[in-house]
Design a protein around this ligand. Structure first.
Ligand SMILES: [Zn+2]
Length: 254
């Protein structure tokens, strides 16, 4: 446990930096801008931002959520994305320790943070983000894989295939972004946890729909972005899915 706290600050800072980068990726891809150019600027006044304006979390707090140059409000999504990524990194590090698999966990957290932002903002899960995730996931999986490689390969097709069938059956209730996201999740999670993620995400989505319905908030044409539910379920299953399966098996076997 002593070692844990030794590296803890580095993991949190890395999480804040990656979270900050994923914010930029998410916002710029939605606006169809390049991720690297132009340099960071205020979305309201276009004033370019100095390093002091770009410190994750701290700049937002010091500037009290307003642009230094035009005083326009900075979206709370930025600090929230940074804090969430840092918290997830710390949690992953706590669960996995300093291991090769930790990098896969970081990749999962980073990609999911970005797609939650884009899905909440624009009901979109951009191909670019998911494809980048797939490429990194394949590289990482060739290097480190707790399950046999074929398990991840099958999960890549099984998760997305199942979603593709649901998408056809529900006639547009499920987006193409969700399907590709599940292909990525397959590479990270393997078959069992991918299917469990689909089950848990659907359960959470349904419960949320029922709550909205009970509160008379659900209109007929109301579409709820499914991405945040998939992301939450995937993260939970990646961290504790195996324990959940073990617990369930013990319970039914007695
Ligand atoms: Zn500004």
């Amino acid at each position: 446990m002593g070692d844990y706290w030794l590296y803890f600050p580095f993991v949190v800072v890395l999480g804040l930096l990656i979270g900050s980068f994923m914010n930029v990726v998410a916002i710029r891809i939605l606006k169809q801008e390049s991720v690297v150019f132009p340099p960071s600027h205020c979305v309201h006044c276009n004033h370019s931002l100095k390093p002091l304006d770009l410190i994750p979390l701290l700049s937002y707090l010091f500037l009290r959520g307003k642009c230094r140059y035009c005083r326009a409000a900075i979206s709370w999504v930025y600090p929230a994305g940074e804090a969430a990524t840092a918290a997830l990194f710390a949690l992953l590090y706590w669960q996995l320790g300093l291991s090769p698999e930790l990098l896969t966990g970081f990749l999962l957290a980073a990609i999911l943070t970005a797609i939650v932002i884009t899905d909440l903002k624009s009901m979109l899960i951009p191909d670019t983000i998911v494809l980048a995730g797939m490429i990194f996931a394949v590289i990482l999986r060739l290097w480190t894989h707790p399950l046999p490689l074929w398990d991840y390969a099958i999960a890549f097709f099984a998760g997305s295939g199942l979603l593709w069938i649901i998408a056809i059956a529900s006639k547009g209730g499920m987006g193409g972004g969700d399907i590709k996201l599940f292909a990525f999740l397959g590479l990270v999670l393997g078959i069992k946890l991918t299917l469990l993620t689909l089950f848990v995400a659907s359960l959470m989505g349904t419960l949320y729909g029922l709550v909205l319905f009970a509160m008379h908030r659900l209109q007929k044409k109301h579409t709820v972005p499914f991405g945040p539910f998939i992301a939450t379920a995937a993260m939970l299953m990646y961290l504790w899915g195996d324990s959940l399966i073990e617990w369930y098996m013990e319970m039914i076997m007695g």
